[in-house]
Design a protein around this ligand. Structure first.
Ligand SMILES: Cc1ncc(COP(=O)(O)O)c(C=O)c1O
Length: 410
């Protein structure tokens, strides 16, 4: 996995001088590279939806919009935010296990492309709210579970989707009242074995073909994805060549049937964005406690959020300078919780207060899954940096006035 930060250290020093740390640096070139790899892997005739939950950063959204992607949103907030970025609602699908009335109303008034429904109640809510007929796909929770996805969301008992044996009865019951014209399946995130993604895709294609007459016309198939990419120091990667040939073979085998389906989607969040961002932080203190060394950084659980709940926790951490001496140390944040451990005890450079430390691969499920305001901290400044060294400010550092959350009535 290549480091997306390409500018020389002098530029980094300048960036830090201008924006201070913690600072998040995005690389548009890295986004392009990941997108090109994934698009080249997916079968021709299919289309990619970007899962906004992975990272709703407007730089990322605009980048993918320019590249022609569709967008998968999961709430009124995401929908509103994506609309503000100037993205055409005709390129959006709304998902989520039960949609709020606000999300449904906003989606209908903006005429989004389609809804993915996940239960009878979810479907009824959409039918009751719709002034015009909207495109609806039913999310299947299949009767099998496969392999190695790290976050399982299908094939087992869960809040997601409609159990496989209830999908057709649901469609028969509501077919007269709604334009149910699609099927969707997303069984997990972080698949590293291509065979599992191919198996999921085949399952949905076969289920859809078998039941196609249950629809007035089956227009949408959303095969999900779960394309794995590691944000850790020992990266595992999905075999994209194996995936490409498996999916191409499947699409070829089902060519006649799939040719009758207008939209064939895959979804991805983390594969596209993980490697696009690097967090630069400063060492605030180096101290010893009961025989152990601690390096305290000006980032941590506030900005790295759920990443710190991985027990293996081996983030991709690098110093900017080279060091001669290394010794065992624990890296922590500066907030008041023992959960704020960035890295368990490991050999680390003998850094000093003021030195810079970079954490790579923070582009997915980092900003969007972090308790920014815990202990009254603020979000970091965010900039983009291109291969030519040009810098764009995406977001200013959060203001202390809003550090405990905005909107309170004093
Ligand atoms: C329905 C749905 N689609 C897409 C995604 C994106 O998954 P990933 O970021 O692994 O690509 C998720 C993640 O939870 C999801 O729940």
């Amino acid at each position: 996995m290549n480091h997306p930060y390409t500018a020389p250290v002098n530029d980094l020093a300048e960036l830090v001088k201008k924006y201070a740390t913690p600072l998040v640096i995005y690389s548009g070139d890295e986004l392009n590279k990941r997108l090109a790899t994934l698009q080249n892997t997916l079968p021709s005739g299919s289309r990619l939806l970007y899962s906004v939950k992975a990272n709703p950063n407007p730089f990322v959204l605009k980048h993918f919009n320019r590249a022609g992607l569709g967008f998968e949103v999961a709430s009124a907030g995401e929908l509103q935010h994506v609309l503000k970025s100037g993205i055409d609602p005709g390129n959006m699908a709304l998902g989520g296990p039960i949609k709020s009335k606000e999300a449904i109303a906003l989606a209908i008034s903006n005429r989004i492309l389609s809804f993915n429904v996940e239960s009878e109640r979810d479907l009824q809510n959409i039918i009751q709210s719709s002034g015009h007929r909207v495109n609806i796909s039913v999310r299947i929770n299949p009767g099998f579970t496969n392999g190695d996805s790290m976050l399982k969301m299908g094939g087992l008992s869960s809040q997601f989707g409609v159990d496989e044996n209830e999908v057709i009865p649901l469609i028969r019951k509501y077919r007269k009242f709604a334009s149910i014209n699609g099927l969707f399946m997303f069984t997990g995130s972080q698949y590293f074995d291509a065979r599992n993604i191919i198996q999921n895709t085949r399952y949905l294609a076969e289920f859809a073909e078998k039941h196609k007459d249950e629809f007035d016309h089956l227009d949408f198939l959303d095969f999900g994805g779960g394309f794995g990419v590691s944000d850790q120091a020992d990266p595992r990667e999905l075999d994209m060549e194996e995936l490409k040939s498996g999916l191409a073979g499947l699409f070829e085998m089902k060519r006649e049937f799939l040719g009758t389906v207008r939209y064939k989607f895959f979804e991805s969040g983390r594969y596209l964005t993980t490697t696009s961002a690097t967090l630069v932080s400063s060492v605030l203190d180096v101290k010893y406690s009961k025989g152990k060394k601690y390096i305290l950084l000006d980032t941590g659980i506030n900005h790295l959020g759920i990443k710190l709940f991985d027990p293996a926790r081996k983030l991709c951490i690098h110093t900017v300078k080279e060091y001669r001496q290394y010794s065992p140390a624990i890296l922590t944040g500066a907030s008041c919780t023992p959960l704020d451990i960035i890295q368990n005890e490991t050999e680390f450079a003998d850094v000093e207060t003021g030195d810079l430390v970079m954490i790579r691969n923070v582009g997915a499920y980092t900003a969007s899954l972090s308790p920014y305001n815990f202990c009254g901290f603020t979000h970091p400044a965010e900039v983009s940096l291109d291969a030519g060294g040009r810098v764009g400010l995406i977001r200013k550092r959060g203001e202390i006035e809003n550090s405990c959350g905005s909107g309170y009535l004093y």
